[in-house]
Write a protein that binds this ligand. Structure first.
Ligand code: LMR
Length: 329
């Protein structure tokens, strides 16, 4: 009799272990490539906090920063395969999904102000771009800001001629490639996870990024000069696997949408100050000399980069470029 009781206990135990307990949360893995202490990293943390509170703990957001799971090239595949549920890749990195039009955000000097940028991401262009993700099994939840980029190298970059022959690390975007070529540099697309090392070992001479990315990767320790050119924008689309998203109970999805709206306000709200603080910290550290362009120097950069728009028209679509020009004006 004792043996039978033990067997019953064992069977019941196995049954309970196999069936997920009702209280088991749904886990959404959110993978990204930058440090936690960046606008995107902090935006992800804020989303986690808001999402878990709004769902009463029924959803758990598991953040994997610093490419600890996947690098740039792999993370989009991982999302589509269901190996992670959420990402926030830079808008420069959507071409592998067959969506090169996201690269309009890489066009040099395309956004005269942060307001112009908001008009684009929050207007019809932004909505249309996010809607196109649907065919790829992806839902676009929001755009998040990082900010405007500087150019760094081991030599001062004041005029377009200063770029001649420099190997410059870029994100894998054809528009950024064209931008570097227009300046006479040699672009090299390298995953973000490997960018710092590429600068340190001399595989490349320079790069472009926002101050927050430069500082958190300690790129200032391996770049002697940086020009505060604000020549281009770096921002993100927060995306989620469509099957997973649509399988969520409607009340949870609504709560997560609310959390994402609030996290977006937060992320966009801190981005500028984060970048200013990162720049101040790098200036104080004194490894890199930061240069500002005179109006004449800036005009020379604008003139050198003007042809990129026409060159990229067939890739991005002339109608979209014209729409961008109107929306950002
Ligand atoms: C880069 O590769 O430089 C950026 O896209 C990294 C990031 O996610 O901000």
């Amino acid at each position: 009799r004792g043996g039978l009781a033990a067997l019953v206990v064992a069977i019941v135990a196995v049954a309970f272990a196999a069936a997920p307990a009702a209280a088991d949360p749904i886990v959404l893995r959110f993978s990204h490539v930058v440090a936690p202490d960046t606008p995107k990293g902090k935006g992800a943390e804020k989303f986690k906090e808001l999402a878990e509170a709004a769902t009463g703990g029924r959803v758990r957001i598991e953040i994997h920063p610093n490419s600890e799971l996947y690098k740039d090239k792999e993370e989009l595949e991982a999302l589509q395969l269901g190996a992670v549920e959420m990402l926030a890749p830079s808008l420069a990195k959507f071409a592998p999904l067959g969506l090169p039009e996201f690269e309009i955000f890489d066009l040099p000097f395309a956004f005269p102000s942060p307001k112009a940028l908001d008009r684009v991401t929050e207007g019809p262009i932004g909505r249309t771009l996010l809607a196109r993700l649907k065919d790829r099994g992806i839902v676009g939840l929001a755009f998040w800001d990082n900010g405007f980029k500087l150019m760094s190298a081991d030599r001062p970059l004041r005029r377009p001629e200063d770029f001649r022959g420099l190997r410059m690390r870029i994100q894998a975007s054809r528009v950024l490639e064209a931008q570097m070529r227009a300046l006479g540099a040699v672009p090299q697309a390298i995953d973000f996870a490997d960018a710092r090392r590429a600068l340190e070992t001399g595989l490349v001479d320079g790069t472009e990024n926002t101050p927050s990315n430069m500082a958190t990767q300690k790129m200032d320790e391996v770049q002697r000069y940086a020009t505060l050119s604000d020549h281009g924008y770096l921002g993100y689309a927060v995306i989620v696997n469509q099957k997973v998203w649509e399988a969520l109970p409607a009340d949870l999805r609504a709560a997560l949408e609310r959390a994402m709206r609030e996290a977006t306000v937060y992320a966009d709200g801190i981005a500028r100050a984060e970048n200013e603080a990162a720049l101040a910290a790098m200036i104080a550290a004194g490894h890199t000399t930061f240069l500002r362009l005179t109006p004449e120097e800036r005009a020379a950069w604008v003139a050198a980069l003007e042809p990129v728009r026409a060159e990229m028209a067939s890739r991005l679509g002339p109608a979209l470029i014209a729409e961008l020009r109107r929306a950002a004006a």
